[in-house]
Design a protein around this ligand. Structure first.
Ligand code: AMP
Length: 279
């Protein structure tokens, strides 16, 4: 089976890491390698430009690929999203110079907008019925308002530091992106087999295994705090009246959850990472 991943940039290492966490044993690719094999699975990995991956997948050169959701849509390739991978999060945002009067997306009507994402910008502003004049650039988009070439820009933002450094202010998000696994419109069998394997890793990473002890009398209060549709597992302890409570919880909820569990009567709380999760 062939999978394409970005040869460079911020998605490369997390993509290789995902293949590693899935147990495929990816060989360590050299700096200049354009392909490598996996030791424990019949998977060949091609390293190509993130922007070219949608076409390779569409044309069946590879069975599937990992790239940004923004690029999958911008390239207009006929591909299907098989899985959201939970890394490479960023947003396509509209931004204007600090001193500009515009405060919201609808105020962009009639503006000259510079972007390296012409298709996405055109589609997303048309969805909001905002007319604009497209200024297509391939890089350094942040400089265009200062050069007098554009009134606003549309670009990918993750921390917002680049915008601030260039005296720009975001006025709204057009599209939220993250790395995705894509396959052909009618996905190859290999892609359909790979997606659930990677999904079990992605889901595992997003969750934590929570264990705690509590008096039996605190069980109702603890169960009401633990999120999720399934009730937690309850195991009797040797100490009379005490139970151990185990549950799988979303990793992002943990900071909110722990003090509430303590207040509900839980003690000896342990939190463990999860390698795989299959519902
Ligand atoms: P790169 O090859 O590093 O320029 O980025 C390729 C992909 O990384 C983009 O298409 C996005 O999907 C994703 N990405 C995540 N954060 C950012 C960001 N702050 N700027 C640009 N791309 C980003």
């Amino acid at each position: 089976m062939k999978i394409a991943i970005p040869v460079k940039g911020r998605l490369r290492e997390p993509a290789i890491g995902l293949l590693h966490d899935a147990g495929f044993g990816p060989e360590e690719p050299g700096e200049r390698a354009l392909a490598f094999r996996c030791r424990s699975a019949p998977v060949e990995v091609l390293l190509v430009r993130a922007a070219d991956i949608p076409e390779y997948v569409q044309d069946g050169v590879v069975d599937c690929g990992i790239t940004g959701a923004d690029l999958a849509r911008e390239r207009g390739a006929r591909v299907s999203t098989l899985l959201r991978l939970g890394f490479g999060s960023c947003a396509l945002e509209a931004a204007v110079p600090e001193e500009a009067s515009m405060r919201s997306l609808c105020e962009l009507a009639g503006a000259r907008i510079a972007t390296a994402y012409p298709r996405l910008t055109t589609e997303l502003l048309a969805e909001r019925t905002i007319p604009f004049e497209l200024v297509e650039v391939t890089g350094s988009v942040e400089i265009t308002p200062r050069l007098g070439l554009a009134d606003a820009i549309v670009d990918l933002v993750s921390s917002g530091n680049t915008l601030r450094t260039n005296g720009l202010r975001s006025i709204g998000v057009l599209f939220s992106s993250q790395a995705v696994l894509i396959g052909a419109e009618d996905p190859a069998e290999g892609a359909l087999r790979l997606a659930p394997v990677l999904a079990s890793v992605v889901d595992g990473k997003a969750a934590r295994y929570l264990m705690m002890n509590a008096p039996h009398s605190a069980l109702a209060a603890i169960s009401s705090v633990v999120p999720g549709s399934r009730s937690p597992s309850v195991l009797p302890l040797a100490e009379p009246g005490m139970v151990a409570v185990h549950a799988v919880v979303p990793g992002a909820e943990v900071w909110r959850l722990l003090p509430r569990l303590r207040a509900a009567g839980a003690s000896d709380i342990l939190l463990l990472p999860i390698e795989r999760m299959l519902a």
